[in-house]
Design a protein around this ligand. Structure first.
Ligand code: G6P
Ligand code: MG
Length: 216
């Protein structure tokens, strides 16, 4: 790990538990459209852009929607989801996550975000992390969603960091694949960790402190 100088964090399911609110939003839409849905199916949505999730939902339900209908349904889910996000506050940032981030920064690492979400800046603001990261690459600056590496390559580019000097932290299988496609190592939590994906499986977020010694 001596070559690691920057850590790129996924957001939903890594920095915060908004993966749960995403699930609730998609479950509510699936119920409305009478499409069978579950937490297990929702795991396929991790790291995947909103419209790509809508395509998967359409496929699961065996439905054929027009592009306009798909946009309208994805917007309905996002409105529902944003309402749940509105209830979030800095209290929803776990002490362990904040402590680990602060300690990594004190050890000399650059810290960035690599998320497919177009709600990234809003979520960071709700958590009191506005302006905290050295760069943010998110759903607003990418064309291709994970497992394509674009979001991580841009995150590294924003801080002018060679790709091999970045470690990605992910909860999505598609995110670990994206990190590897970017030529980066990946540490996994949550669903990706449970599926043994990644170069380092973190039992807990603060295990990052065991992996990444002080650079000073
Ligand atoms: C993250 C989540 C996905 C979500 C995507 C887009 O990658 O893991 O589940 O679909 O962001 O999120 P958005 O907030 O733009 O709908
Ligand atoms: Mg995630």
């Amino acid at each position: 790990m001596e070559n690691i100088k920057a850590v790129i964090f996924d957001l939903d399911g890594v920095i915060c538990s908004t993966d749960e609110q995403h699930y609730q939003g998609w479950q509510a839409l699936a119920d409305k459209l009478e499409i069978p849905f579950s937490r297990e199916v929702n795991n396929r949505f991790r790291g995947v852009s909103r419209m790509a999730c809508m395509d998967i939902l359409e496929e699961i339900g065996g439905k054929h929607y027009t592009d306009e209908e798909k946009v309208a349904y994805a917007t309905w889910k996002n409105d529902y989801y944003r309402q749940l996000l509105g209830e979030m506050s800095p209290k929803d940032l776990s002490i362990e996550v904040k402590f680990t981030l602060d300690e990594l920064r004190a050890r000399g690492y650059l810290l960035t975000i690599g998320s497919s979400s177009k709600n990234t800046k809003y979520i960071l603001q709700r958590l009191g992390l506005e302006g905290y990261f050295d760069a943010i690459s998110d759903g607003t600056n990418i064309v291709k969603s994970k497992p394509d590496p674009e979001v991580f390559l841009k995150s590294a580019d924003f801080i002018s960091m060679p790709y091999e000097n970045c470690l990605v932290v992910e909860d999505a299988i598609s995110g670990v694949e994206a990190a590897h496609a970017a030529g980066m190592k990946a540490a996994s939590v949550g669903d990706a960790a449970e599926n043994n994906m990644g170069d380092f499986i973190l039992k807990s977020f603060s295990d990052l402190l065991k992996l990444l010694p002080s650079m000073k």
